[in-house]
Write a protein that binds this ligand. Structure first.
Ligand code: SF4
Length: 545
């Protein structure tokens, strides 16, 4: 059967106009500011509006603050009991739905990730308050599991009825003596998206856990890997590579994290930031309080992985490590290159769209570039302007009324533990040699001129974009997956990886090439129309003719 010919005829301004055409004027005006035609002028791209309130009724892809706090940052931890204070829905829907993998055995030999723990609030708790029930649930969790820590998460009603979860946590912590209990005021209505939950989680983990470890980490090249959540085993693959290089990742925020790993983060000599959006607050606070510099890394894409390893080696600056990193890259690359060469003729020239959370819409372009695939359009659910335009815009960002209630904590250098890892001269020399500290250039400069960058894409716009620009692949999440596939376009989930992965590191790149090749070149897409719809032909004749 002949495949329908693709007619890709679009012009970015025209696409933008068509996306906005059906909206009422006020909505069109708002959305116009969140749809940007990229100028690709290296950090001088026009501004995009981001991290603003979602338009009611627009079918956003966004989630809530609780999802960003419990689901993203704290959920992946294995030996902390994560207890949700609220009606059952919030806990149930977050039960193992993010594919954060954990080791069965860790430093405290406890792993609670398979549980969904909730206070299961009822009408009477809303009316009379839920503090007593919360205290009883904490006690029960302590009696059953004897964990090192219990984390409590507020959901929507908790803030409204005035339950003081922090007071309950403090009281229970004092009562137990050997279990750290702390709480997160991450009610779903705070902020405008998951992003506020990241910030709340960063603040509380930093305040209540970091610096509390009693075990000294004595490895030579110690780093923190911040903003890596071990989806589909990504973190395992990164750790495999780091270990091969002789680099010790002492604390991941928070893929396969344990209480002790969080608590030891102050002992690292360098923080490496993967997902800038979710964890840049902790990176900054670790630097201010303990003197640990941070650099941006990306382990998505084989070339990006090699580049990130070289940056780490450059920071430590010792020949032994630099040589080892080069040897590992040389050893790992042939298999990657072989897989790339195999798929390239079938993937080269294909087009993709990426609408994912707050970092992957950028990171995954590395893998697509390696396959010769071009990104036509990308955007974040909850990125801020610095994730699009680069951190240089941070001083110009204004906190609007919707995000003003998210606490900014003041951090001072620790009187005992502050220790600058490098002198000002050493940092200056590294900067001169091209290593950038505390910097992230954002998504926009990585994309070509004329591409469309869209913040908080909604269901209508997703379908319209596909109709207008006809990409060969669309990447987003579970809510978009099936509606896009019904339009005849392959859809790859870049949150859950469609049960695949890992995609990070060298072996991850090989997995990704193969899966994308299989997906975009599957014959199934040529069967979307019935034969008589593709080739209508009149074959019947009437007897009297
Ligand atoms: S919006 Fe509120 S009710 Fe919904 S999941 Fe988030 S915290 Fe729970």
């Amino acid at each position: 059967m002949a495949k329908a010919q693709k007619l890709v005829q679009w012009e970015p301004n025209d696409v933008k106009d068509k996306l906005l055409a059906k909206y009422p004027p006020k909505v069109a005006r708002k959305r116009a500011k969140q749809i940007m035609i990229n100028e690709a002028l290296e950090n001088t791209t026009p501004t995009i509006e981001a991290n603003v309130r979602t338009i009611p009724g627009i079918i956003t892809m966004r989630g809530c603050t609780y999802a960003g706090c419990k689901g993203v940052i704290m959920g992946p931890t294995s030996d902390i009991v994560n207890l949700v204070h609220g009606p059952i829905g919030c806990s149930f829907y977050a039960w193992l739905t993010r594919r954060n993998q954990t080791d069965a055995i860790n430093d405290s030999n406890a792993n609670f990730i398979t549980y969904a723990m909730s206070t299961d609030m009822q009408d009477s708790d809303i009316i009379f308050g839920g503090e007593k029930k919360l205290a009883a649930a904490i006690q029960e969790a302590y009696d059953l599991f004897h964990p090192k820590a219990i984390a409590i998460f507020a959901t929507c009603p908790v803030g409204l009825i005035g339950d003081d979860i922090h007071a309950v946590a403090k009281r229970m912590k004092e009562q137990f003596g050997d279990c750290n209990v702390f709480a997160f005021s991450c009610e779903g209505y705070k902020g405008v998206s998951q992003s506020a939950g990241h910030h709340i989680a960063n603040n509380q983990v930093f305040t209540h856990v970091v610096g509390k470890s009693e075990t000294e980490k004595t490895d030579k090249y110690k780093i923190n890997l911040l903003g890596e959540y071990n989806i589909g085993g990504d973190g395992f693959e990164i750790d495999r590579i780091l270990e091969k290089c002789g680099i010790k990742n002492i604390s991941t925020f928070s893929g396969n994290a344990t209480y002790d790993k969080f608590a030891s983060a102050n002992q690292a000599d360098l923080s490496c930031v993967m997902c800038h959006r979710s964890i840049n607050y902790v990176a900054d606070m670790l630097e201010t309080k303990y003197g640990i510099p941070w650099i941006k890394v990306n382990f998505i894409g084989a070339e990006a992985t090699a580049k990130s390893l070289r940056k780490i080696a450059q920071y430590f600056g010792e020949k032994e490590l630099i040589d080892r990193v080069e040897a590992v890259i040389a050893e790992e690359m042939p298999a990657v290159k072989a897989a790339q060469a195999e798929v390239y003729p079938r993937t080269n020239g294909k087009t993709a769209m990426l609408f994912v959370g707050g970092s992957r819409a950028h990171h995954y372009q590395e893998l697509f570039n390696e396959m010769g695939m071009k990104t036509l359009s990308a955007g974040y659910e909850f990125g801020h302007r610095d994730d699009y335009e680069g951190r240089h815009v941070i001083p110009t960002l204004k906190v609007d009324a919707d995000s003003r209630n998210i606490e900014e904590i003041e951090v001072e250098p620790d009187p005992v533990l502050y220790k600058p890892r490098k002198s000002a001269e050493e940092i200056a020399a590294l900067v001169k040699d091209g290593l950038e500290f505390k910097d992230y250039e954002g998504l926009n400069p990585a994309m070509e001129k004329g591409t469309l960058i869209i913040d908080d894409l909604n269901q209508y716009e997703a379908e319209k974009l596909v109709e207008l620009m006809k990409p060969d692949l669309f990447c987003a999440g579970i809510k978009e997956k099936f509606s896009i596939q019904k339009l005849g376009v392959p859809m790859k989930q870049l949150h859950s990886y469609d049960s695949g992965g890992p995609y990070a590191g060298f072996q991850g790149a090989v997995n990704f090439y193969r899966e994308i090749d299989r997906l975009v070149n599957s014959k199934v897409w040529s069967y979307m129309k019935a034969p008589w719809q593709e080739n209508p032909e009149l074959s019947a004749t009437y007897v009297w003719e």
